[in-house]
Design a protein around this ligand. Structure first.
Ligand SMILES: Nc1nc2c(c(=O)[nH]1)N[C@H]1C(S)=C(S)[C@@H](COP(=O)(O)OP(=O)(O)OC[C@H]3O[C@@H](n4cnc5c(N)ncnc54)[C@H](O)[C@@H]3O)O[C@H]1N2
Ligand code: MOO
Length: 402
């Protein structure tokens, strides 16, 4: 059994980078940039007003001074007037500042009679002017390569006049469930059978992560069926198998794919759940053999498959794979030799500090605590007993860097 951190390093090193495609702004949300996004416009594109009022020369605005209104510049309609000594131009939030003006006098600090304006409070030079390019300038890289595009990034790209963005192609991931007992949701379920929920749970996880999962037909527990199902992977960036990874007489995935040319890198890791995890290559296609227990398959999905997909998408790693700190809500016994992932609920104490409460049953066949839980508590191999209130590492479900 190898250590899970060693397993992760072996999986992510040497994975090919996905190709690129250029997509429209709305398609780009959640995708990973393949190149820096360069602004095609400065923001704001000109000096503009931050308020409704009058473009003035600040020096003219002594209290009681009278100014002549020589024109109007609604937003989108810059004025050709130049503000000169004793004159001003009516402007609005977003209007381009006319030549000659160096401040905006808000209308609340004036009284108006026709085209005559009386200053009731002076304004200082530069006040209420948003300087051209104060947000970003044309040509500036506003979004780096390797960034998952958030809604805020999409807004930034739009403001930078970039309607198309070059992103990494979604990795195509084939998911193969194995087992004579596996039925599909909606099937009539004969005695001894169960629903192959793990493929759908993994597929949804991968979809959320920006991959393109394809659920293959279920393979029976025969070497021939498994081999057959794993052929035709030419357009697939990764194959995930579920089940048949352990040591039973019908756990045939490794052997069957071996006959099809699988080169195994490792099999079995010191981790709970997920001990029988397998990794190798079928030709150029990376293959991750996930355990059949659905919780084990999902936890391995979070711990290994998501970082692998991030690597293939060129996403800049967060460094901690989404780890956060919380306080244990109860005592925990010492851990054995397998790094553990305890399904847990999160609450907050009276000071707003996160509290993690592990569920009493940690059976890796139980899907409901996984679905209702909020996070995994991480326990190192051989971790000593821990007391309630101690700090622990957690990974939140649905963690997103947005
Ligand atoms: N003697 C030993 N037995 C087992 C060991 C071991 O070290 N020695 N490891 C255990 C661990 S840990 C795990 S995890 C499981 C994983 O075994 P497999 O990957 O071979 O999985 P299966 O035996 O095919 O299935 C296990 C369990 O999960 C159900 N299953 C399978 N596929 C799905 C699916 N797509 N969706 C939902 N549920 C699925 C299957 O019916 C079984 O109940 O092995 C332990 N045994
Ligand atoms: O990896 Mo298994 O689910 O630990 O029991």
């Amino acid at each position: 059994m190898i250590d899970p951190s060693e397993a992760l390093t072996r999986i992510v090193s040497g994975l090919p980078l996905s190709g690129t495609e250029t997509v429209s702004l709305m398609e780009a949300a959640g995708r990973i940039t393949a190149a820096p996004v360069l602004a095609r416009l400065s923001n704001p594109p000109a000096d503009v007003s931050a308020m409704d009022g009058y473009a003035v020369r600040a020096a003219d605005t002594t209290a009681g001074a009278e100014l002549r209104i020589t024109g109007e510049a609604p937003a989108g309609h810059p004025s050709a007037e130049t503000v000169t000594a004793g004159s001003c131009v009516r402007i609005f939030t977003g209007s381009v500042i006319p030549d000659g003006a160096d401040a905006v006098l808000i209308q609340e600090n004036t009284t108006r009679d026709g085209d005559r304006l009386t200053v009731t409070q002076p304004v200082t030079s530069g006040r209420f002017i948003r300087a051209r390019g104060q947000d970003f300038t044309c040509g500036q890289p506003v979004i780096p390569a390797g960034k998952r595009l958030s809604a805020r990034d999409i807004g930034l790209a739009a403001a930078a006049n970039c309607p198309w963005i070059t992103v990494r192609r979604r990795p195509r991931v084939a998911i193969l469930s194995t087992g004579d007992e596996i039925c599909l949701p909606g099937d009539s379920v004969p005695p001894g059978s169960i629903i192959g929920s793990a493929a759908f749970m993994l597929g949804a996880l991968l979809k959320e992560a920006g991959a393109d999962p394809v659920i293959l037909p279920v393979a029976k527990d025969t070497a021939g069926d498994i081999r057959q199902a794993a052929t035709g992977l030419a357009t697939t960036d990764m194959l995930l198998t579920i089940g048949g990874a352990s040591v039973g007489d019908y756990d045939l995935v490794k052997a069957a794919l071996g006959e099809a040319g699988l080169v195994t890198d490792f099999w079995k890791i010191a981790m709970r759940p997920g001990k029988p995890l397998m990794f190798g290559h079928l030709g150029d296609t990376p293959v991750i053999g996930l355990p059949g227990n659905p919780v084990a398959a999902f936890v391995c999905g979070i711990v290994f498959v998501l970082p692998a997909l991030r690597g293939m998408s060129g996403e800049t790693p967060s460094g901690d794979n989404g780890r956060e700190k919380a306080r244990l809500a109860c005592d925990l016994p010492a851990n054995d030799l397998r790094f553990d992932h305890l399904r847990a609920a999160l609450t907050r104490d009276e000071n707003g500090i996160l509290l993690a409460t592990p569920f009493p049953k940690q059976d890796s066949g139980m899907i409901s605590p996984l679905a209702t839980g909020d996070a995994l508590i991480l326990r190192d191999a051989h971790a000593p007993a821990a007391k309630a209130g101690e700090i622990c590492d957690i990974i939140r479900f649905g963690h997103r860097d947005d």
